[in-house]
Design a protein around this ligand. Structure first.
Ligand code: PGA
Length: 239
């Protein structure tokens, strides 16, 4: 694992944006997955700024959803698809047909998983997985105990994840209890992975990820067993 240490969140966004930009420039319509959460917001802001400053082509990729709450109508502001549309996909000009999302309100979740998996299988592997790290070591919504060979599925969110996610809306709305997620199997197959970590509160879990042992109890420890992983960590998360 390569570790890139940044003095603060702004510097982390710059470094991660440089990596992202170089990757998109070097590839031809790569398949990417992208995280929601608070950590990636400075990166997305930096990419929007670069776009506005005239850099063309940052949106030349296909986006495959990492995760999504289950059961929300299209108008619901909690939908991750909506977040990412606003934060990065629309501003960077990712073509609509290149956005593969989970339909949160799909009537038949099993059929939705099948549809999504068929798409993934036809395009696999992911060229670049951009990830955050949950306080409990989750990646996507692969919560502690997720099998390293787990595939795309519907999961129950832990009370801890429901609680941390409720902060996204200032506790004004509840976190749904179920979510779709790419599995650790699909994430392990990714050709390149970048993980964004900021905030002192992540230092404990980051230490567990970096020091091991590799265990399904800390899903992000799968990163030890794959190639081309770059961890972008703010200094206070590494202390
Ligand atoms: P955060 O979420 O960026 O809001 O900390 C990370 C995650 O839960 O994956």
């Amino acid at each position: 694992m390569n570790i890139v240490k940044a003095p603060n969140a702004g510097a982390l966004a710059q470094l991660a944006a440089d990596f992202f930009q170089a990757f998109i420039q070097a590839e031809n319509n790569p398949l990417l997955t992208l995280p929601t959460g608070l950590t990636p917001l400075p990166l997305y802001r930096e990419l929007r700024t670069r776009c506005e400053a005239g850099y063309q082509g940052l949106g030349r990729f296909t986006y495959l959803a990492l995760d999504e709450y289950q059961g929300l109508p299209p108008s619901d502001n909690r939908r991750f698809a909506r977040w990412l549309k606003q934060e990065i996909l629309d501003p960077l000009g990712v073509p609509t047909q290149n956005r593969i999302i989970f339909k949160s309100d799909a009537a038949d979740p099993e059929a939705e998983i099948k549809r999504f998996t068929e798409y993934y299988t036809g395009k696999a592997p992911i060229d670049l997985a951009v990830l955050g790290l949950g306080l409990n070591g989750h990646v996507g919504f692969n919560e502690p105990g997720s099998a390293f060979d787990s595939t795309t599925r519907l999961v129950d969110l832990t009370p801890e994840t429901q609680e941390t996610n409720a902060t996204y809306w200032g506790y004004r709305q509840r976190t749904p209890t179920k979510a779709y997620t790419l599995g650790l199997s699909e994430l392990r197959q990714a050709k390149n992975t970048m993980v964004l970590i900021s905030g002192k509160e992540k230092s404990g879990i980051l230490r567990r990820v970096l020091d091991g042992p590799v265990s399904e109890d800390v899903p992000a420890t799968y990163l030890h067993d794959i190639d081309n992983v770059t961890i972008f960590a703010e200094a206070e998360a590494l202390s």
